[in-house]
Ligand binder design. Structure first.
Ligand SMILES: *[C@@H]1O[C@H](CO)[C@@H](O)[C@H](O)[C@H]1NC(C)=O
Ligand SMILES: *[C@@H]1O[C@H](CO)[C@@H](O)[C@H](O)[C@H]1NC(C)=O
Ligand SMILES: *[C@@H]1O[C@H](CO)[C@@H](O)[C@H](O)[C@H]1NC(C)=O
Ligand SMILES: *[C@@H]1O[C@H](CO)[C@@H](O)[C@H](O)[C@H]1NC(C)=O
Length: 353
C-alpha cells in the first residue's frame, strides 16, 4: 500500500515536473526567437540586405544607417598606377590616405620619409590614396592639378568616391582591393596617416624578422570601450554595435599587414556591415577571420601621444609617431636626419634580450 500510494504520488509528481519542464522550455524558446529577431546584429544584417536591394529603398532610412557606409565593391580608380607595384615588386608598400586638396602634405612626405625608397637592401614604395573632392559626372576628367602631380610623381591612386571623414572605411576597402590585385610580389603593406613621422629603417628592420602570413601589427587596442557619448567623434550606438568593447584592432594612425591579408579581409567584409570607423572595421574583419593581431616587438614603436620630454634620439627609436600636423614632419625630419649618432638607438638594439 504504502508502496503503491508512494508510487502513484511519484508518477503524479513526475507528470507535474514534466509539464513544468515543457512550459519553461517553450518560454525559453520564445525569448530566444524574439531576441534574435530584434537583436542589433540581426537588425544590422537586415539593414544591409535592405540597403543593397534596390526594390525597397524606403526601409533604408533607419536611425542607424549613418554609422554604416555602403561599400558595394564598385568603386574604381580614376588615377592609377596599374603596373608599377607589379613591376617593382617592393618589399613594403606604404599607403597614405590623404585628402585630394592636400598637395602640401604629400609634398612634405615626398621630401622627408617618403624619400627612403631603399633601406637595408629592400625596396619601399609609397602611394597616396585619394577620393574625389566632389562627386560629379563619372566621365568628368580628374582635377588637372592632381593629374599633373600624378604624371610627375607616379604615386597617386584616386578612386571615385567622395573623400570625407565618414568615408574613410571606403578608402581602406579600396586600398585593400588595390593591394590584393596590384602587388603580387610584395610582402607587406603599411597604412599610415599623413600627419606622422615614419622611421622606415626601423619598419623594415622589424619586418625582416616578422611572419610573412596572417600578420598584422601596429598600436593594438585591446578591450577598448565603445564610445556611447553621441557627441564623441567615434560614437557608435548600441544597436549598431551592442558589445561594450571592440575586438582587438590596430589604430589607424599606422598599421602593417602581410600581403596575404587584404584579400581575406575583403572576403570577411562581405559578411560584416561596414561601420564608418575604419580601423575598428578592419579589427571586426580580423576577428571574423579568427586571426589574432600581433603586438610590435616593444611598446614604444607605434606612438600616438608623443612624450613631451624626449631625448634627442627619440625619433631613432620609434616606427610611427603621430604629430600635430604634416608641417611638423619637416622639423622632426631635420632632427632625425642630423643626428646619425642616434642611429645606434635603433630598434635592432631594442630587440636584443
Ligand atoms: C598642368 O600641366 C600642364 C602642362 O605641363 C600645364 O600647362 C598646366 O598649367 C598645369 N596645370 C596645373 C593646374 O597645374
Ligand atoms: C561617401 O561616398 C559616396 C560615394 O561617392 C557618397 O555617395 C556619399 O555621400 C559619401 N558619404 C559621405 C558621408 O561623405
Ligand atoms: C617576383 O619577383 C621575382 C624575383 O624578383 C621574379 O622572378 C618573379 O617573376 C616575380 N613574380 C611576379 C608575379 O611578378
Ligand atoms: C641599427 O643598428 C644596427 C645594429 O647596431 C646597425 O647595424 C644599423 O646600421 C643601424 N641602423 C642605422 C640606420 O644606423
Amino acid at each position: 500500500m504504502l508502496h503503491s500510494s508512494l508510487c502513484s504520488e511519484k508518477s503524479l509528481w513526475k507528470g507535474a515536473r514534466r509539464w513544468f519542464f515543457y512550459v519553461v522550455l517553450s518560454l525559453m524558446l520564445g525569448v530566444l526567437v524574439l531576441y534574435s529577431w530584434f537583436s542589433p546584429s540581426w537588425r544590422a544584417l537586415l539593414i544591409q540586405s535592405e540597403a543593397s536591394s534596390p526594390s525597397d529603398k524606403t526601409t533604408v532610412k533607419t536611425i542607424s544607417s549613418q554609422f554604416y557606409v555602403k561599400y558595394p565593391y564598385q568603386y574604381h580608380f580614376i588615377l592609377d598606377e596599374p603596373n608599377r607595384c607589379r613591376q617593382e615588386g617592393p618589399f613594403v608598400v606604404v599607403m597614405i590616405p590623404v585628402a585630394p586638396q592636400s598637395k602640401e602634405a604629400r609634398d612634405i612626405i615626398r621630401r622627408t620619409w617618403g624619400r627612403e625608397t631603399r633601406v637595408l637592401g629592400r625596396l619601399i614604395s609609397y602611394y597616396f590614396l585619394l577620393g574625389k573632392s566632389r562627386i560629379g559626372n563619372d566621365e568628368e576628367p580628374p582635377d588637372e592639378q592632381i593629374l599633373n602631380e600624378s604624371k610627375k610623381h607616379h604615386d597617386i591612386l584616386q578612386s571615385n568616391f567622395l573623400d570625407s571623414y565618414k568615408n574613410l572605411t571606403i578608402k581602406t576597402m579600396v586600398m585593400l582591393e588595390w593591394l590584393s590585385s596590384h602587388c603580387p610580389n610584395t610582402s607587406y603593406a603599411m597604412k599610415i596617416d599623413s600627419d606622422t613621422f615614419l622611421n622606415v629603417h626601423n619598419l623594415v628592420d622589424m619586418l625582416l624578422k616578422a611572419p610573412r602570413h596572417d600578420y598584422m601589427t601596429g598600436l593594438v587596442a585591446r578591450g577598448a570601450a565603445v564610445l556611447r557619448d553621441p557627441t564623441s567623434k567615434w560614437f557608435l550606438s548600441p544597436d549598431v554595435f551592442p558589445e561594450d568593447s571592440y575586438p582587438p584592432y590596430a589604430l589607424g594612425v599606422g598599421y602593417v599587414l602581410s600581403l596575404d591579408l587584404p584579400k581575406r579581409i575583403l572576403e570577411a567584409s562581405k559578411k560584416i556591415p561596414a561601420v564608418y570607423i575604419e580601423d575598428v572595421y578592419v579589427g571586426l574583419c580580423m576577428r571574423h577571420l579568427g586571426i589574432p593581431l600581433t603586438d610590435p616587438p616593444h611598446s614604444g614603436l607605434f606612438v600616438v601621444n608623443m612624450p613631451s620630454e624626449r631625448t634627442g634620439c627619440y625619433f631613432a627609436s620609434v616606427i610611427v609617431t603621430l604629430l600635430q600636423n604634416s608641417e611638423q614632419i619637416l622639423d622632426v625630419w631635420k632632427t632625425y636626419e642630423t643626428r646619425p649618432d642616434c642611429w645606434t638607438f635603433n630598434v635592432s638594439l631594442h630587440f636584443l634580450p
